[in-house]
Design a protein around this ligand. Structure first.
Ligand code: MG
Length: 338
């Protein structure tokens, strides 16, 4: 078995601003596993919010190397459990490994990942296109560039939410979804914003308040006219039961969960608790987006646009047609290195 990894800088088409800060590019780490002439690819999108860097991710790959090399990749549940116990704080690194192993395994069976899970590609959802925080003229330009997408996701929570919304509503009547990225500090402020957003044609609001303020979130949810989805509050399966009283749904991201297998578990647990499920992403190439999209026939909402925000995507994979995800028939996670 050959395990290699490489850091690649993904350039953003526009500077990306959310409530936490601004970036012009993102450094993701790409992993490849070669065995029996088959290559499986994985991607890690390390996130400062979760204390991850490209360096810490590569260090995890080095530490995991002997464990992976000693494993039979066909027994991937064993390897997944081992790595999650060894590296509980390195979700994006374990995601890359999980992705590469499943890509390799499904390629060895000549099956697309979604078929391996028995999912119906006719049930993929529409994906939103995300508009970061910006000046009104830039916002309006981004809304125009998103012309093919029937639903937009708007980032708020950095101060002038009213100005952001007014500049968007000046150029589009599309349904909107809002992500505050923990930006509203008090429960009263959050509730007031949510009531106002309902009058602006917003379908739901993601992570209104900091993840640490769960009791405040429960208070807001009791009074909220819109569904509320957790993002920063939820990493993996064990977080979900305590969130059910404070949120109507969760935003699952492979890079938070620690992989495809964990994300699948999260989907079933959230559904069994009566919660809605969205599949989201970080800034990621078409490799990780295609892996996430493979699970999308199971979920209510998708926000899988990370690959569309970059100008130098090293992979090609899942496509978007009139806003809907169209899965590849290629074996594995459905992405090819360009
Ligand atoms: Mg979010």
């Amino acid at each position: 078995m050959t395990l290699k990894y490489e850091l690649k800088r993904l350039d953003l088409q526009h500077p990306w601003t959310i409530a936490r800060g601004t970036s012009n590019s993102k450094e993701n780490v790409f992993l490849s596993l070669e065995k029996d002439g088959i290559v499986g690819f994985g991607e890690a999108a390390p996130n400062v919010r979760y204390k991850e860097t490209a360096e810490s991710t590569m260090a995890v790959f080095e530490q995991a190397r002997p464990v992976i090399e000693a494993s039979d990749l066909r027994n991937f549940h064993d390897l997944n459990q081992k790595l999650r116990l060894l590296f509980p704080k390195a979700a994006s690194a374990t995601t890359a490994i999980d992705m590469a192993v499943l890509d390799w395994f499904c390629k060895s069976l000549n099956l697309p990942l979604y078929r391996y899970f028995g999912l119906n590609k006719a049930n993929t959802p529409v994906t939103t296109y995300s508009i970061g925080i910006d000046e009104p003229d830039k916002i309006q330009q981004k809304v125009k560039e998103a012309g093919a997408f029937p639903i937009l996701k708007i980032k708020l929570g950095l101060g002038d939410d009213e100005k952001m919304m007014a500049s968007i509503r000046a150029v589009t009547n599309k349904p909107l979804r809002v992500d505050a990225n923990e930006g509203w500090a008090t429960r009263e402020e959050a509730l007031e914003k949510i009531k106002w957003l309902q009058t602006c044609g917003v379908e739901f609001v993601e992570q209104p308040m900091p993840a640490s303020q769960l009791d405040d979130m429960a208070w807001v949810r009791e009074r909220s006219p819109l569904p509320l989805l957790a993002d920063e509050s939820v990493m993996s399966t064990s977080d979900i039961p305590t969130l059910a009283r404070a949120f109507d749904g969760i935003n699952i991201k492979l890079m938070k969960a620690g992989g495809i297998l964990e994300s699948l578990k999260m989907i079933w647990l959230a559904k069994s608790l009566g919660m809605q499920v969205m599949l989201g992403c970080m800034v990621e190439s078409s490799l990780a987006i295609s892996a996430a999209a493979s699970l999308s026939p199971l979920v209510d909402y998708a926000d899988l646009d990370g690959n569309l925000l970059i100008s130098n995507d090293p992979f090609t994979g899942v496509q978007v047609e009139a806003g809907r995800l169209r899965l590849s028939e290629k074996p594995g996670v459905g992405a090819e290195l360009l």
